[in-house]
Design a protein around this ligand. Structure first.
Ligand code: ADP
Length: 512
């Protein structure tokens, strides 16, 4: 806004005054409007506000003070500067003019220069005021904008922190091992599960690299995995390898690795999930060994059956009935052995895999012991061996058939490995929360180093025991599985040449 574009309203009831003033102002390029009364002035100001008002004080009906007061109370007009014009030159008049909101005061008769000077002065003030107001508004807008962006920034920061926190806790508290590996193979981040798995502290692991911890024979396999990821051949690479843990312990892990890239696809680091599969590998190995032993054990009697029947089929023994009967006996004995083997293997598998839930109920120890003794009594009489039963009546929580099978098995073993005319004693002792069963014999005894191994599958003191004594090598493994599923324990004590005692415990039902 410049001076000359400004719009000035002259209010005076004297047309001459108006004309003179208008001439002065128009001469300077100002746009001049006129009003000959206070009422007219208020009306024109409301419809089109001027930049400045030159206002005569003494006017009929509404004087200048009243006009000015009216302008100053209305929001739309109160900022328009008013310069009073008057022949009155009293201090009181001037004071009143300023009191009602006047900006300046010109005494008539006036000098053109003075009028222009004061007009210009007021317009400049008004212009500066408007600039200030505009700047103030601008400043407020900027402040609001800034507050908004600060709030948005705070929110984004919080969201980021929250998502980082979520990622961190997901990583830290994962139940499997989690690992970030740098492109140089150094470990960048590990979680608690991985530290526990490897037995190293976090700080120890962060100063190490994959090549230090991977079992030397498996390093190439790991390297291949990373190459596949770097070459974009796969999104995720999975492998099984060994880690060397603290104190030389070696574990098998299942490793699932992916490569994290930036937005341009540049590789940043690897993220890996590590699962300890040592136990699973050990079980697999036991299973494989078991299968190979089983197939061997089953093949042996089958080969004998096939051999003897094959010979009979050729007819070479047609005229030798004694030989023929011998062949048939071999076939029969081995078929029975085969049946026992298959039954025992199935029993053990069902027990160990939990496929058969043992149906437990309250039973009496004395009854179980008597039934087991009855089962083997005929064999004992044949030997002859004395079976001494010291029955103890107590209540136990057990699957009766399985416990009778266990006792029968222990008794059969005792009979197999005892000399004639010896005694086998079966007893049971009640303890506070369990019953302790004992099967004691006066047989050949078991060497100390075999006392535990005989409970394994197909384990014997002597490799020929099973064949000679008609066992399968699975009896004690089945017994231990049954006892353990009852929450009890089975073990043996022995003195070579003097005899052995097999012990097992069973819990008694808790009376409330
Ligand atoms: P088996 O069918 O061969 O008897 P078990 O699992 O019942 O299979 O027994 C494993 C081995 O433990 C036997 O072959 C034998 O060598 C030894 N054994 C078991 N009971 C006795 C015992 N009372 N006295 C001596 N040795 C025993």
């Amino acid at each position: 806004m410049t001076d000359t574009n400004s719009n000035i309203l002259i209010v005076d009831d004297q047309p001459d005054n108006i004309r003179t003033l208008a001439a002065i102002l128009s001469g300077q390029g100002y746009k001049v409007r006129k009003a000959v009364s206070g009422e007219m002035a208020l009306e024109t100001v409301r419809s089109q506000p001027p930049d400045l008002i030159l206002l005569d004080i003494r006017m009929p009906q509404m004087n200048g003070y009243e006009v000015c007061s009216a302008l100053k109370v209305a929001v739309e007009t109160h900022e328009i500067p008013v310069i009073f014009l008057s022949a009155l030159d009293e201090v009181a008049d001037k004071a009143k003019a300023f009191d009602v909101g006047g900006a300046d005061y010109i005494t008539k008769p006036f000098q053109a220069e003075e009028v222009l000077l004061r007009v210009r002065h007021q317009l400049t003030i008004r212009q500066q005021q408007q600039q200030l107001i505009e700047q103030n508004h601008q400043l407020q807008r900027e402040m609001q904008e800034r507050q908004r962006s600060e709030a948005a920034l705070r929110q984004a920061g919080e969201a980021l922190r929250e998502s980082e926190e979520r990622f961190r806790s997901a990583f830290d508290y994962a139940s499997t091992g989690m690992l970030l590996i740098g492109l140089d193979l150094h470990w960048l981040k590990v979680n608690c599960a991985l530290c526990d798995m490897l037995g190293y502290s976090e700080s120890e692991l962060l100063t190490t690299s994959s090549s230090d911890l991977i079992y030397p024979d498996d390093i190439d396999q790991h390297q291949n995995c990373l190459q596949q990821l770097l070459g974009n051949e796969t999104q995720r690479c999975q492998t099984e390898l060994r880690y060397c843990c603290k104190l030389g312990r070696i574990i098998w892990v299942f490793l699932s690795i992916s490569l994290v890239r930036d937005t341009q696809g540049k590789p940043l680091y690897y993220v890996a999930q590590v699962q300890d599969i040592t136990e699973r590998r050990a079980i697999d190995q036991i299973k494989n060994e078991f299968i190979s032993i089983v197939s061997h054990e089953l093949r042996t009697p089958l080969t004998a059956i096939r051999g003897s029947l094959g010979l009979l089929a050729t007819g070479i023994y047609d005229s030798k009935p004694e030989k023929a009967r011998r062949m048939l006996e071999i076939a029969l004995t081995d078929s029975e052995r085969l049946v026992r083997l298959v039954n025992d293997i199935l029993d053990l598998e069902r027990l160990d895999s939990g496929k058969v839930a043992l149906e437990k109920k309250v039973c009496d120890t004395a009854e179980l012991m008597q039934q087991a003794v009855q089962t083997v009594q005929a064999i004992a009489d044949q030997a002859p061996i004395t079976l001494r039963l010291v029955p103890v009546s107590a209540q136990i929580w057990a699957a009766p058939d399985a416990i009778i099978q266990t006792l029968t098995n222990l008794l059969s073993n005792a009979l197999k490995f005892s000399p004639p005319n010896s005694t086998i004693t079966v007893t049971a002792q009640p303890h506070c929360d369990h019953i302790l069963f004992q099967v004691n014999d006066q047989g050949r005894g078991i060497p100390a180093d075999k006392l535990e191994t005989i409970f394994g599958r197909f384990q014997q003191v002597d490799a020929s025991d099973s064949r000679h004594k008609g066992g399968t090598g699975l009896g004690l493994a089945i017994c231990r599985s049954i006892v353990q599923q009852h929450g009890g324990q089975l073990w043996a004590e022995s003195t070579l040449g003097e005899g052995s005692t097999f012990y097992f415990t069973l819990p008694v039902p808790q009376t409330s």
